[in-house]
Structure formats: C-alpha cells, structure tokens
Design a protein around this ligand. Structure first.
Ligand code: COS
Length: 384
C-alpha cells in the first residue's frame, strides 16, 4: 500500500538525518573495525528499518517498490555496510516468504522480522551453483511430515547473524534444472547447521558473509514455502527481480555521495593557481558522473512504478541493475581520479567506496547475468 506523500516525505527526512548525523561519522571506524556498533543496530530497529517492506499487518511499514527505492537511494549516501544490517530483512531474506509464503508462515515469522528480532538470510548460491542458480545440488528428502536437508550454501550474506534461512534445495532429484527446486524456511538453531568462517572481503567491511552447511537438517513440512514443492526457483527469481531494483537504488545513492564529495574536493583543491573544478577535464568527469546517475535514476523510478502497477519487470529490473551498478563503478573510478592522491589514501573515504561498490556488479546476479536476462527477453518477444 502506498504511503501518502506527507508520510513518505517524513520517512525520507528521518532516514536522511539518520544517515547524515548518526552513520556518516562512523564510516571510517566501521571500515577499520569490520563491525557495526550494537547501539547503531538498536537505533535502526527503533526506526523500523528492518520492517520497511514487510506488510503493515505484520508490523512493518509495507513500502511499495517506488517507496523502497526512494529510501534505498538515501541509504546509499553512506557506507553500504550499514544498509546490509537490515538489507536482508527488507529484501532477499524476507521476500520469498512475503511473495509466496502461506498466511500461517507469514504469521509465524514476519512480525519478528519487522522488528529485527529475527534476521533473515537467503541461501541460494552453492559451490557449483552461482550464476547457474537452477543447478542447485542441495537436497531436501521427504520423510514423513519432515524434509531432511543436506548441502552447502556459499557466500551467504548475514548468515553469521541469521535466525532464519530461506533455503533452496532439490526436492525432486529426477527433475534437472529449475523445476525440481523448492524453498524452505529453516531456523538457524536447527541441529545439523554449521557456519563457515566469515570471508575476508575486498570491501563492505562491517557486513558478514560465510558458507552455511546443512547436514541432515530436519525441517517440518509446514516450513516448505507456500506448501508447494518444485516451485522454489521461480520464487527465487521473483525475489531477485525486486532485489535488483533495490541494489540499483543503492548504487544511485552511492553515486550521488561520490559526486558530492568530488565536487566539494574539486572546488576546494587548487592547482595551477585555481580550483581544479575550473579545469574542463575535471568538469567533464563531473558532468559524466552526473549524467550517468540521472539516467539510472530515471530508469529505476520508471521500473519501480511499473512494478507497483503490476507489470512484469524482470527484464527492466535487469536493465536497471546492469546500468546502475556499472554506472556507480564508473562514478567511483572518476571520484578517485578527481581526488588524485587523496582518492587513493584512506583519509577521504573515496577508496573505501570504490571497493564497496564493486560488489554491486556481482551479487544478486552479475552484470553478465543481467545481460542474459535482457537479451533472452528481447529474443522471446521478437519470436512471439
Ligand atoms: N520471475 C518469475 N519466474 C521466473 C523469472 C522471474 N523473473 N525468471 C525465470 N522464471 C521462471 C521461468 O518462467 C521458468 O519457469 P517454468 O519452469 O515454469 O517454465 C523457470 O523460472 C526457469 O527459468 P529459465 O529457464 O529462464 O531459467 P535458467 O536456468 O535458464 O536461468 C537465469 C535463468 C540465468 C536468469 C537465472 O539462473 C539467474 O538469474 N541466475 C543468477 C542468479 C543470481 O542472481 N545469483 C546471485 C546469488 S543470489 S544473492
């Protein structure tokens, strides 16, 4: 349900102030400590950030796609690690349940996800199944009124903090590819679950990613999402369509931040007796970044609106993710260039953003997967 304009403006203003006053001063510390202070997480809970997209009937704010991307954009103005704290509850960690779960499943988990008491995490990727998500090898064998899950999931965001995993596993070994895969809600406290060591990453310090191993994990039948076997792959794809728009909006926010920092630096830093912003070669970089960001904003705003109107936006969401995440990569690169030596050292934070935004072109579907989704859609439409 869409918020009225005044309520949305208030929310955006609150988030903007939180980002500016509470989070931005902590960016360098979080980068160095690889940890987000507990009191910040408590403040995020108090602001209702964990429940941004969870329907109001389960205690969330029930933001639609247009509202969600507006909030995500503002959150892009600070280190992406902060968003990741509640990002899985807003996106891939809750949406399988919201989109395809039964009323009883939603009732059981969503209230606690909305408050941040339960952290959700999305277990799709495996050692042998990344871009080829349909080749999931984890198995879920039916035994009486339970399923026994075995397998390994790789690079799982927020797994070290998670209370509830959405796990994609093969229920029908006879069916190859996407059609034999089902989605399950698996509580992290279930015996047989082991976590790998958190990965040491190129960027986004303060977010935690590790492998999750399932060894004869017994899951009650009522935790099969939607109560239907072999439709889990489609659930995953629907979740990713939405996630791809969210990541696009975060990319726009990060680009805006990098442009603001670059502009400030370029107007203050003097060379050859004048601010470097006076030089046309610097102006060209600023203008290209501004134009790139505006293009991405138009795309994401339009696609979000279409999704809210009920249109199938799979290919458009892929276009947004492809363009916006590649775009922020270019903007970050120019920001380092404009800052010169100051962009390469830690003090200005630009090099941190440069490393942080690199992930956007990889997770929730690489740029090459987005190209595949777009081209396949074009070919399908041409042959109809
Ligand atoms: N929404 C709903 N259903 C979708 C869908 C979408 N966006 N995309 C595909 N499907 C459905 C198809 O309609 C098809 O359904 P049927 O079996 O009923 O015909 C089924 O899912 C399989 O689709 P498809 O044949 O296109 O699947 P492929 O195995 O060829 O894979 C790609 C498609 C490559 C696009 C998919 O595997 C993908 O997105 N991979 C990247 C995964 C990813 O983002 N990983 C990152 C880690 S998760 S953070």
């Amino acid at each position: 349900m869409a918020l009225d304009q005044e309520t949305l403006d208030q929310l955006l203003d609150t988030v903007d102030k939180f980002v500016e006053k509470r989070l931005r001063p902590l960016e360098s510390q979080v980068g160095a400590d690889d940890s987000i202070p507990d009191d910040v997480i408590e403040d995020m809970k108090a602001l209702g950030l964990f429940g941004l997209t969870i329907p109001e009937e389960y205690g969330g704010l029930g933001l639609n796609m247009s509202e969600e991307v507006a909030v995500a954009r503002v959150f892009g103005h600070t280190s992406p690690a902060f968003r990741s704290v509640f990002g899985t509850n807003v996106g891939i960690g809750s949406q399988s349940l919201i989109i395809d779960g039964t009323a009883e499943q939603k009732q059981r988990y969503l209230h606690k996800m909305a408050t941040g008491e339960v952290i959700g995490s999305f277990c799709l990727t495996e050692p042998e199944a990344g871009s080829d998500a349909a080749s999931v090898r984890s198995t879920a064998k039916k035994e009486g009124d339970t399923y026994i899950i075995n397998g390994t999931k790789r690079f799982i965001t927020n797994a070290p903090k998670a209370d509830l995993f959405t796990v994609f596993a093969r229920t029908d070994p006879a069916r190859e590819g996407s059609r034999g895969v089902s989605a399950f809600l698996v509580e992290a406290s279930t015996p047989g679950i082991d976590l790998g060591k958190p990965y040491r990453k190129m960027g986004q310090q303060g977010t935690y990613v590790c492998d999750v191993m399932f060894d004869d994990v017994v899951v009650p039948q009522h935790n099969l999402i939607g109560g239907k076997e072999n439709v889990g792959f489609r659930t995953a794809m629907k979740v990713l369509d939405k996630g791809r728009l969210h990541i696009s909006a975060i990319s726009i926010g990060c680009a805006e931040r990098l442009i603001a920092d670059s502009l400030k630096y370029a107007t203050e830093r003097k060379q050859f007796g004048q601010p470097i912003a006076e030089f046309q070669l610097i102006q060209a970089m600023l203008a290209d970044s501004q134009t790139d960001t505006y293009a991405a904003l138009c795309m994401v705003t339009d696609t979000a609106k279409r999704r809210d109107a009920g249109e199938n936006v799979a290919a458009l969401a892929a276009s947004c993710k492809l363009f916006a995440t590649e775009m922020v990569g270019r903007v970050a690169d120019r920001a380092v260039q404009i800052h010169g030596g100051a962009g390469y050292v830690e003090d200005y934070g630009v090099e941190r953003f440069y490393r942080d935004v690199r992930l956007f072109r990889i997770y929730e579907g690489t740029s090459q997967i987005q190209q595949t989704v777009i081209a396949r859609d074009m070919i399908r439409n041409a042959s109809n």
